[in-house]
Design a protein around this ligand. Structure first.
Ligand SMILES: Nc1ncnc2c1ncn2[C@@H]1O[C@H](COP(=O)(O)OP(=O)(O)OP(=O)(O)O)[C@@H](O)[C@H]1O
Length: 484
């Protein structure tokens, strides 16, 4: 668990709706410098900013300096100044290509639901940009190829009987330091006594889980994580329990939380944000195609592996869904979709809303509806008025406007083309999705760790917690948790 600091000086604490503390902003947002309301009235200025960005070799930022767009065209800070967010060659090459395209217009309001259904969104986009029929066909071909590739990934599900139940226990691991704490226990770095490899073990106190009425969520988390198999989702190797605790053995994401990197950098350059957004989109696309809604997207739940790729953790709110059948009020306030706050039934579209918030937070350094007062925060979300900082590009704003649609029938990700509307959006024009999926792309930031050594330097230091696990006396709730 990390202490957030969007802002520089607030003492407010926002908590997860289900009652657990998760974000602790210790400052108010710097009043966002001259913001633009939804559309690009400053488009000329933005274009010149985009130009500066694309010609820059630098995808970096320093600690603690805010990364303004001007900084991006200057040499990268030295290692001692902060995390290096390295260049992504392929994106960079394509980035200059982006400049040759007409910038995506945000002057027009998003189409109404009737318009959206009566014509293909992408045809409309292409009409807007005035591109030729040939380009349109190219795009259709590219899209078909992408769908094929994604379909392969979407079908990868681990077998239901994949389980290590009864084969391991906490005695098979040396329990090392704490990596993070949660509402029901903590996550430890551990080393297997058998293969000497390092893992992260999430320990949940059964009594707390029961007292906080999280039994179903916990069992869902175990069940869902044991089935999914995706490059950007943490692997659950096995689960077991002792008398008082539940244990989930996962791969150790050595690079720490994206949250920490974002707070150190203050905000990410567009190309960096695009990279992380792309990995998240592929993971959400995968989950949704397997009828799973994630429901807790935020930078705290995105860890970096040793290579700098994302791993989504914490499936405590993930749920199998068919259509509109979720009602539970859960998630993290800043990232809640309006339909959740209004207690309406909701579905996978809520994750695409959170993606819009995530992209905004990466680019701005604070979430769009932030308020110290939780009631005001909810009001802001329901009103849906967004002030985009001036330095946002017009195409990023266009994408966020399509994601942060209060009406889910207009929200990208939830239209007839599903996630393809997002994947094919002009903001991602310079992304090689096949390279992202196969992890064959240069990452923007490689965590400075000694890989495979149990190096936890990218995590906050925690006071030593309990490690006296493994008790067998008076086992609790064995019937409730018989699957663990
Ligand atoms: N696989 C992992 N590798 C490394 N660190 C991890 C891993 N999983 C979790 N952590 C660390 O532990 C923290 C808490 O994990 P997680 O969010 O899963 O626990 P939780 O009990 O569900 O927390 P919360 O109450 O916030 O939902 C994470 O923020 C992260 O810092």
């Amino acid at each position: 668990m990390q202490t957030a600091a969007y802002p520089a000086s607030s003492t407010d604490q926002t908590s997860k709706v289900d009652g657990y503390m998760d974000r602790q902003p210790d400052g108010t947002p710097k009043s966002p410098p001259q913001e633009q309301k939804n559309n690009g009235s400053e488009q000329e200025e933005q274009k010149s900013v985009e130009k500066t960005n694309s010609s820059s070799n630098v995808y970096s930022s320093g600690i603690p300096a805010a990364l303004d767009e001007a900084t991006m065209s200057q040499p990268a800070p030295s290692a001692s100044e902060g995390p290096q967010v390295e260049s992504m060659q392929s994106m960079q090459e394509a980035g200059s290509a982006e400049q040759q395209q007409p910038s995506f217009s945000t002057d027009k309001p998003a189409p109404s639901s009737s318009e959206a259904s009566s014509r293909s969104t992408e045809t409309q986009q292409y009409r807007n940009t005035g591109r030729s029929a040939d380009n349109f066909r190219d795009r259709q071909l590219r899209k078909a190829r992408l769908v094929q590739l994604l379909d392969l990934q979407r079908k990868r599900i681990r077998p239901a009987d994949h389980t290590t139940k009864g084969r391991y226990g906490i005695q098979d691991f040396d329990c090392l330091q704490t990596l993070g704490t949660g509402s029901f226990g903590r996550v430890h770095l551990v080393q297997s006594k058998h293969n000497r490899l390092f893992y992260a073990i999430k320990v949940l106190e059964k009594r707390k889980v029961v007292d906080m009425k999280q039994v179903e969520h916990t069992c869902d988390e175990r069940h869902i994580l044991s089935r999914v198999q995706h490059p950007f989702i943490t692997i659950l190797w096995g689960t077991f329990q002792d008398a008082k605790n539940l244990f989930m053995v996962m791969d150790f994401a050595e690079g720490g939380e994206l949250f920490s990197l974002l707070r150190k950098c203050h905000r990410f350059p567009e190309k960096v944000a695009k990279f992380y957004a792309a990995e998240v989109i592929l993971a959400l696309d995968y989950l949704h195609h397997n009828q799973i809604v994630y429901r807790d997207l935020k930078p705290e739940n995105l860890l970096l592996d040793r290579f700098g790729h994302l791993k989504i953790v914490d499936f405590g709110f993930a749920k199998r869904v068919s259509t509109n059948n979720c009602f539970t009020l859960c998630g993290t306030p800043d990232y809640l979709a309006p339909e959740i706050i209004s207690l309406k039934p909701y579905n996978k579209a809520a994750d695409w809303w959170s993606l819009g918030i995530f992209i905004f937070e990466m680019l701005a350094g604070y979430p769009p509806f932030y308020s110290e007062n939780p009631m005001k925060l909810y009001e802001n979300i329901l009103e849906g008025n967004i002030s985009y900082p001036q330095y946002f590009s017009s195409s990023s704003i266009d994408l966020m406007n399509h994601l942060l649609q209060r009406d889910i029938t207009n929200r990208y990700g939830n239209l007839k083309d599903g996630s393809m509307d997002i994947i094919m959006h002009p903001w991602f024009r310079d992304i090689s999705w096949d390279k992202i999926l196969t992890r064959k792309i240069e990452v923007p930031y490689v965590p400075p760790i000694r890989a495979g050594m149990g190096d936890s330097s990218q995590f906050e230091a925690y006071a030593t917690g309990p490690t006296n696990y493994g008790g067998t006396e008076n086992p609790e709730f064995t019937d409730i948790f018989q699957d663990f």
